[in-house]
Ligand binder design. Structure first.
Ligand SMILES: [Zn+2]
Length: 445
């Protein structure tokens, strides 16, 4: 391995802070911890983040267990590789070895902060941004703030930008529909004005589309254009949303297509709320792209009304609840403003190692070929099903079988009485077969 010039602090000086709840485990893994710190040249500032530290502790516990199990050589090698990869993804550039692995961590997705920031500035639409900020100040997001427990005093600073970018999808609903009369009469006097309005929207969209092309190219995003997203620039969080969505959310007096009703508008609005949740005490550790992503997306969905995606994560956490009785969404709700307590709660409920695996088993959309090491870890853990199988064993080993069977029965009865067996098939598309199989066995009985 090539020498790095980053200063390496010896593990002796580098004693991380203790997590009171896991002091005993901490003591057991002192040696393993020191070894991992040395092998991965982990810098002292890594240990300032309590969440990352707790995950690190879980990795150390796994390392200790693997060693004590005396696995066959091949299995031991595979486990060791998995542990090292998890440390690499958790520590990122806080490891002196980072540059050796950079390409395996992420290759070519996204540009660095200093290149992204001026692009955001360039495409910021000032009038709409000001209007959105004013609406928020007047209460636009008050319900999600209330659910999160965010007050004027406790709200975390964030920036918000309406970007003058767009695509066809973003302008859905902006073309007013013809009335029945216009449809019936090709000489209707209002038709020419309507066609002119459509042309104007075409032109508007073409301009935004051109901006989008430049925006995406300059920030290194291969697309498609997200409906809303947050950028982490240094310590700042910037909520970005393309102009057409904000117009549809704010300008309710404008003529819209007849299918673009309140429900459709609520759908667009939910994306804004979802991203707002990401700006307030996110549960994913700071500057992390690999750990806690499932929790973070589930949290954003939960507090924005569960309108949209991440079906695989929603399904996984339901399966976790069926097996173990532990509701991750309840832990998220209970710790809405204290991310660290969420991890402690989860680790106390399911154990440090289950917390570790759930932390790294993120949404499928993050499992891209541009992030090879992340994908490798996912596969090595056997994906969601691999985790669920181990959780099942853990529940059986800790005397939870009867309660689990009761939950399985309740779920089965619900599926039968609501005639929603299709939800089982739906889960399989996301690789959630383990609990689906148990449910189907129960139905056969
Ligand atoms: Zn999100």
């Amino acid at each position: 391995m090539p020498e790095e010039d980053k200063s390496i602090v010896s593990s002796e000086v580098n004693l991380p802070p203790r997590v009171a709840e896991f002091a005993e485990i901490e003591e057991q893994v002192v040696g393993v911890k020191a070894e991992l710190i040395e092998r991965h040249k982990i810098s002292p500032e890594f240990f300032q983040d309590k969440i990352k530290y707790l995950i690190f502790l879980a990795i150390a516990q796994r390392q200790k267990r693997i060693r004590e199990q005396h696995l066959p050589l091949e299995a031991a090698d595979a486990e060791q590789a998995l542990i090292d990869q998890m440390v690499i993804l958790l520590t990122l550039d806080q490891s002196g070895n980072y540059s050796n692995y950079e390409k395996d961590i992420h290759n070519g997705s996204g540009e660095p902060d200093h290149l992204v920031e001026p692009v955001i500035d360039k495409f910021t639409q000032p009038a709409l941004t000001a209007e959105l900020k004013k609406s928020i100040a007047e209460g636009l997001l008050d319900d999600v703030k209330a659910a999160l427990g965010v007050t004027t005093q406790t709200e975390q600073p964030y920036d918000i930008r309406v970007l003058s970018v767009g695509d066809q999808e973003s302008t859905t609903g902006m073309y007013p529909s013809l009335t029945e009369e216009m449809n019936a009469d090709s000489d209707h006097p209002e038709l020419p004005a309507m066609y002119e309005a459509w042309d104007q929207i075409d032109e508007y969209m073409a301009g935004l589309e051109a901006n989008k092309q430049e925006y995406m190219a300059r920030v290194g995003n291969k697309g498609p254009l997200p409906i809303a997203w947050v950028e982490h620039i240094g310590d700042r969080i910037v909520l970005c949303m393309p102009q057409p969505y904000i117009e549809k959310i704010l300008h309710t007096d404008q003529p819209r297509a007849n299918f673009y009703d309140d429900h459709a508008r609520e759908g667009d609005f939910a994306y804004l709320k979802h991203e707002y949740v990401h700006t307030q005490n996110p549960v994913a550790p700071k500057n992390q792209l690999f750990f806690g992503m499932g929790f973070e997306e589930r949290r954003a969905e939960f507090f924005s009304g569960d309108r949209h995606g991440y079906q695989e994560i929603k399904g996984l956490y339901q399966d976790v609840e069926t097996l173990s009785g532990v509701s991750i969404t309840e832990l998220i709700r209970r710790n809405a403003q204290s991310p660290f307590s969420f991890y402690v709660d989860l680790a106390k409920s399911l154990g440090l190692e289950a917390m570790l695996e759930l932390s790294v088993l993120g949404p499928l959309v993050y499992m891209t070929e541009e992030r090879p090491m992340y994908k490798k870890i996912f596969d090595q853990l056997g994906g969601y099903d691999g985790f669920l199988g181990r959780l099942h064993d853990q529940v059986l080993a800790t005397g939870g079988e009867e309660a689990m069977n009761d939950r399985m029965k309740a779920r089965t009865e619900y599926i039968l009485s609501h005639n929603v067996l299709w939800t089982n098939e739906h889960r399989r598309k996301f690789g959630l077969n383990f609990v689906s199989n148990l449910v189907e066995e129960a139905i056969k009985k």
